[in-house]
Design a protein around this ligand. Sequence first.
Ligand SMILES: Cc1ncc(COP(=O)(O)O)c(C=O)c1O
Length: 458
Amino acid sequence: MTQTLDFYKLSFPEAPIIKVSPPGPKSKELLDFQSSSEGSAVSYPKGLPMGLSRAKGATVEDVDGNIYIDFFGGAGVMNVGHSNPDVLAAVSNQLDRLTHSLDFPSPPRADLVKVLTSLLPDSLDKVFFCGPTGSDAVEAAVKLAKYNSRRTTLIAFQGGYHGMTTGALSLSSGRDFKEHLLPLLPGVHFVPYAYCYRCVFGKNPDTCEIDCAKYLDYILDDPHSGVAKPVAAIIEAIQGEGGSIVPPDRFLPSIKDICMKHGVLLIVDEIQAGFCRTGKMFAFEHFGIVPDIMTMSKALGGAGFPISGIAYRKELDTWPPGKHIGTFRGNVLAFAAGHAALRFMLQSDLAGYSLGLGEKMLSWLKDIEKDSKIIGEARGKGLMLGVELVKDKDTKEPAPEFASQVRTTCHQHGLLVEIGGHFSNVVRFLPPLVLTEDLALKGIEIFEDAIKKAQGSL
Ligand SMILES: Cc1ncc(COP(=O)(O)O)c(C=O)c1O
């Protein structure tokens, strides 16, 4: 692990500081105003009630002066840290030159594409920018795949999350997200992901024969499987919202082989796992595969500037001008931010740092798991970590109420965490990757106390 000393300067050094139990009076005022004037679909402040004031590195300050250690990272956006000085300098340098460009070329756009293509595998030699959010990259990936094929159906994976626009939502497995909204895109079929803690085939690591991947082969092979040959399969190399699920090494290569055998394009969604999050520039690199199409967003915007895109093989570049347009496909500040962020990632070996600190944090979590009655499994790769909470380690009955209790206790004590997983029972850590080891340790101690408190209510 190449600990970059400068990382210490990036965060508020005194974190965590709780001056007033959150939500404090100023936060309450903002929250009340928000709930009286904004729509009820607003979600994050329901779990972490506070108004935000400033953020630096891996720390966040609320409007009441509380400073938190951030294990949430703006939902996996802040890989280079909040207010990263390199990113802010690049953005302020660009601010009074040009900010909106549709898809006209500009120097910041070209600079970003040059670095990006140098990081991508050689075969992903085309880059295309989409609307500002990750979901739009998913829409574009699906459109591109369909445009290149006479097939129409799609394969997605259980536990997968790809966004909220109609196509992306169709490919996301969460039932609650879709309730009362059906029908969405027709012809999407969900198959099992390698969620080994709850293997649908009842296997354990010793008996595993990657039945989940074989199942895909079976439905593509058997003319009576009920599934028309699909145009593409979309997968997260490491699942994020599904609960920080790392598949065994053989899973992704098997999926890739099966897709190739059946002429199905493989779309790998790197929107959350990409850009050093899991200890590699892109998560698929852990498994020695290269997708046909890759989606990207979140950390590409450096400091939360909106940007999304796809990278794909040149042979697929058959669509004509205007086939996927949109007003906001060229935020020049996001290009400048992204370019600075990628350079920062390379200069600081952020992928290596994330891998090393992630291993350390996972070993601390595994120690806590041993002594805990409610941790079913601590898992993850790099700094995409998750702790699955259960009521009973033998029955594995999910414990979503413990997860939300832990999130609240952590918040009260100065640590921000999020919740995900099939049963909303996984406490997820997606810290800015510039998290120092000291802050990581302090955060884990707060988390451990929160686990003990939840366990006490068993
Ligand atoms: C893997 C993955 N794909 C797609 C998306 C959707 O991105 P956005 O929320 O920017 O539309 C997300 C968001 O969390 C994600 O994690």
